[in-house]
Design a protein around this ligand. Sequence first.
Ligand code: HEM
Ligand code: NAG
Ligand code: NAG
Ligand code: NAG
Ligand code: NAG
Ligand code: NAG
Ligand code: NAG
Ligand code: NAG
Ligand code: NAG
Ligand code: NAG
Ligand code: NAG
Ligand code: NAG
Ligand code: NAG
Length: 343
Amino acid sequence: MDSLKLSSFKLECCLFLVLIGVASAQLSPNFYSSSCPNALSTIQSAVQAAVNNESRMGASLLRLHFHDCFVNGCDGSVLLDDTANFTGEKTAIPNNGSLRGFDVIDNIKSQVENICAGVVSCADILAVAARDSVVALGGQNWTVQLGRRDSTTANRSLANANLPAPTLNLDQLISLFSNLGFTTQELVALSGAHTIGQARCTTFRSRIYNETNINSTFATSLQGNCPSNGGDNNISPLDTTTPTSFDNAYFTNLLNLKGLLHSDQELFSSNGTGSTNSTVSNYSSNSTAFFNDFSNAMLKMGNMSVLTGTNGEIRTNCRSVNSASLSSIDTKIIDLITSLFDI
Ligand code: HEM
Ligand SMILES: *[C@@H]1O[C@H](CO)[C@@H](O)[C@H](O)[C@H]1NC(C)=O
Ligand SMILES: *[C@@H]1O[C@H](CO)[C@@H](O)[C@H](O)[C@H]1NC(C)=O
Ligand SMILES: *[C@@H]1O[C@H](CO)[C@@H](O)[C@H](O)[C@H]1NC(C)=O
Ligand SMILES: *[C@@H]1O[C@H](CO)[C@@H](O)[C@H](O)[C@H]1NC(C)=O
Ligand SMILES: *[C@@H]1O[C@H](CO)[C@@H](O)[C@H](O)[C@H]1NC(C)=O
Ligand SMILES: *[C@@H]1O[C@H](CO)[C@@H](O)[C@H](O)[C@H]1NC(C)=O
Ligand SMILES: *[C@@H]1O[C@H](CO)[C@@H](O)[C@H](O)[C@H]1NC(C)=O
Ligand SMILES: *[C@@H]1O[C@H](CO)[C@@H](O)[C@H](O)[C@H]1NC(C)=O
Ligand SMILES: *[C@@H]1O[C@H](CO)[C@@H](O)[C@H](O)[C@H]1NC(C)=O
Ligand SMILES: *[C@@H]1O[C@H](CO)[C@@H](O)[C@H](O)[C@H]1NC(C)=O
Ligand SMILES: *[C@@H]1O[C@H](CO)[C@@H](O)[C@H](O)[C@H]1NC(C)=O
Ligand SMILES: *[C@@H]1O[C@H](CO)[C@@H](O)[C@H](O)[C@H]1NC(C)=O
């Protein structure tokens, strides 16, 4: 090869690598349109079936995506079981005994593996399943960004640190979300996820027995299923008005002092600064404002520290990292070649 051809080859090669970099650094809505065109419809049907069987599953799948993203980004880490190398996030305090939907994700993953093996990440399945759950329960649709890859590790102590506890006050909620890049308005919009799903007695007991900014009829009615001692795992809806409908009733409940969790009522409370009152009132009277802000905040949440390009891997089984049958350089080369087809 003469030197001119060689340098031209080097240039093309270099441009090529730059293109790959650009194409893989960011998520895109059509990431699977050629590599797995039926991925999204397969996920949607499976989510619809799971929600038809048990409407709460929509809430559980939405929460899984949230608990994935807030801990080291949306990388499927929440799905990993414990190994000799790390303790998974499933037994972190906010997750242990309350996070659910793992079997549904396993089922979706195996259906997607059957149509396109090794292509669709567990992290992307969580993002799509969260959106499809919201839509299945009457919420507004949004276009999910795709191309996340899966982590090869998990971090329980980070899950304990980054996931908000129901005991937090408004200023603590604002600062936790702010540390992860969210505005106070986005905190309020995302909290609207509590328009669906259930919480265990242990997470709201002190509120219904001890707090004063709660409707007393509401508090008394909850005490029936949440005794002051025992019954820790008895559940009540986060939105008593319309528990299986993704609407803005959560915010109206807050105006009526009928938030279930302490952290919910903090968004509209005489304690703290009251700085989120007007956003709660707005969302309560304008569901379009809530839906738009929620969709945008979900897109932002789904974008948190994603692994792209040749970082991470596409897990075969969402519960465990792939076994190292190929050397890591071989898998990097395969990933590089695979990524060429996604441009
Ligand atoms: C703002 C701070 C938040 C706090 C303090 C909080 C806390 C909680 C707690 C304590 C529960 C009940 C868990 C149990 O029973 O042990 C819960 C449930 C739930 N959370 Fe949150 N959460 C917050 C934000 C969010 C966000 C941002 C989302 C999603 C975007 C979300 C989605 C859900 C859903 C859907 C459920 C019901 C899950 C089910 O029924 O399986 N939460 N949350
Ligand atoms: C349907 O939901 C119930 C809980 O309500 C669960 O026990 C069962 O496994 C679910 N069935 C399917 C096929 O998902
Ligand atoms: C633990 O990590 C080592 C080194 O990365 C790896 O070879 C081994 O397979 C891992 N063990 C498990 C159980 O994942
Ligand atoms: C998780 O919950 C189980 C069952 O309630 C309990 O036995 C276990 O000790 C908990 N694990 C942690 C790490 O708290
Ligand atoms: C939601 O929007 C996406 C396009 O972004 C579409 O593929 C999907 O089918 C929509 N879901 C529903 C239930 O309409
Ligand atoms: C896990 O998260 C903690 C923060 O809670 C951090 O100090 C630690 O370095 C992380 N561990 C790993 C292995 O990344
Ligand atoms: C209510 O507050 C009192 C005093 O702080 C405390 O002793 C009690 O355990 C609390 N009750 C509940 C159900 O949390
Ligand atoms: C306000 O906060 C204080 C201290 O946290 C608490 O004792 C009081 O009950 C709260 N008042 C209301 C109305 O929530
Ligand atoms: C508390 O809720 C009950 C039942 O929903 C309602 O009838 C009552 O007016 C509410 N009380 C206050 C003070 O708003
Ligand atoms: C927010 O609403 C609560 C409950 O109605 C009220 O006590 C508080 O004064 C309001 N704060 C502001 C700043 O408007
Ligand atoms: C409701 O919110 C939407 C979206 O922000 C806005 O365009 C509309 O004007 C609001 N409607 C009212 C009645 O304020
Ligand atoms: C309500 O929220 C929407 C969306 O964030 C915003 O455009 C609008 O200005 C808000 N309206 C009021 C009255 O705060
Ligand atoms: C997602 O992250 C990329 C790269 O950091 C950024 O360009 C894009 O604007 C982000 N999108 C959202 C919705 O936050």
